[in-house]
Design a protein around this ligand. Structure first.
Ligand SMILES: NC(=O)c1ccc[n+]([C@@H]2O[C@H](COP(=O)([O-])OP(=O)(O)OC[C@H]3O[C@@H](n4cnc5c(N)ncnc54)[C@H](OP(=O)(O)O)[C@@H]3O)[C@@H](O)[C@H]2O)c1
Length: 304
């Protein structure tokens, strides 16, 4: 029986966990089951026990909805161990998926960290670990999985943030470089590495990088630049796909400010509301998604 295969990174809690649950619910309501009766969702986590516990919870939560295979529905949720910063872990997970499923229809790159939100002071170490996960980890995951994303028809959905807007960069020159239609992968990596090096050398303010983050607080600087780089990467990937005639859609999402360990308890949106746009982009038949590389919020493309 043919199946739609979806992978959600960092799905043991927060928005990722909600994406898994809502994919199962929305798939059963969509037109997909008419042509492809089954959806397999890989709920992935870098920690096996946290991931398995979440799988058990989500399975229990979905019992009443009758969307899981065990209750006669179309969805099956499987656990996958995956640390996006570790190439061995990504390759091992890829081998498992490839052996069992062949190809992947939907990759949702949700995993990220934001230790600055928990009050960790800005430093070179914070910049290094934030970029390692949020930008280099996401990119590495995408590039390693790319050969097994279904063409035509696959989708790659990346989670960025409203804090990853171009306006986060005070320097016009940097804004122009990040948003250039001619930006290459090497240039983007060089820009991201330059940010790290400028922070290490203590010259990031002079070089035009942000000196304050959310609400002008002296934090979330590393997070903002990492999420800005995710938007630039998605747009670059979209241009590459279009140029090479590869029929895979890629988009990038600002899920809004969401109550999670990262967003904190004062955020206005629930995790289910944060999951709405990624799930929509994963399942919709809307022609609007055919224009690749757009930045989305509340199910609509928005300006970067
Ligand atoms: N919450 C918000 O207000 C908000 C706003 C805008 C954008 N976002 C974005 O939405 C996404 C989800 O955020 P969230 O609020 O749900 O955050 P969260 O509650 O902190 O969850 C983050 C998830 O990413 C995982 N993760 C971190 N590093 C990883 C790695 N190296 N490999 C695999 N998984 C890893 C975490 O696993 P562990 O449990 O093992 O740490 C966790 O499952 C992120 O991309 C975030 O930047 C969130």
């Amino acid at each position: 029986m043919s199946s739609v295969i979806a992978i959600v990174t960092g799905a043991n809690k927060g928005i990722g966990r909600a994406i898994v649950r809502n994919l199962a619910v929305e798939y059963s309501k969509s037109i997909y089951p008419q042509t492809t009766p089954k959806l397999v969702i890989y709920l992935t986590s870098r920690d096996v026990s946290r991931g398995m516990a979440t799988l058990a919870e989500v399975t229990r939560e979905l019992e009443d909805k009758k969307v899981l295979e065990a209750e006669g529905g179309p969805a099956e949720i499987r656990f996958g161990e995956l640390d996006i910063t570790d190439s061995t872990s990504v390759n091992n997970f890829k081998k498992t998926v490839q052996n069992v499923c062949g190809e992947v229809d939907i990759l949702i790159n949700n995993a990220a960290l934001g230790t600055e939100f928990q009050g960790e002071p800005f430093s070179y170490e914070v910049v290094e670990k934030t970029l390692k996960t949020n930008y280099f980890g996401l990119k590495n995951m995408t590039e390693l999985f790319f050969p097994i994303i279904k063409n035509p028809g696959g989708r790659i959905i990346n989670l960025s943030s409203g804090l990853g807007r171009l306006a986060a960069l005070p320097s016009k020159s940097l804004r122009n470089q990040f948003s250039s239609q001619d930006l290459t992968q090497e240039q983007l990596d060089r820009l991201v590495n330059k940010f790290q090096n400028d922070v290490r050398a203590g010259v990031y303010a002079e070089e035009g990088w942000p000196t304050s983050g959310m609400n002008k607080a002296p934090w979330t600087i590393a997070y903002n630049v990492s999420k800005l780089a995710v938007v630039a990467y998605t747009k670059l990937l979209a241009r590459r796909l279009d140029k090479e005639g590869i029929m895979i859609n890629t988009h990038v999402v600002d899920p809004g400010w969401v109550r999670s360990d990262m967003g904190g308890e004062n955020a206005p949106l629930s995790v289910d509301q944060g999951a709405e746009t990624p799930v929509y982009l994963a399942l919709t038949q809307d022609k609007a998604i055919e224009i690749n590389g757009q930045f989305w919020n509340k199910k609509k493309p928005i300006a970067w």
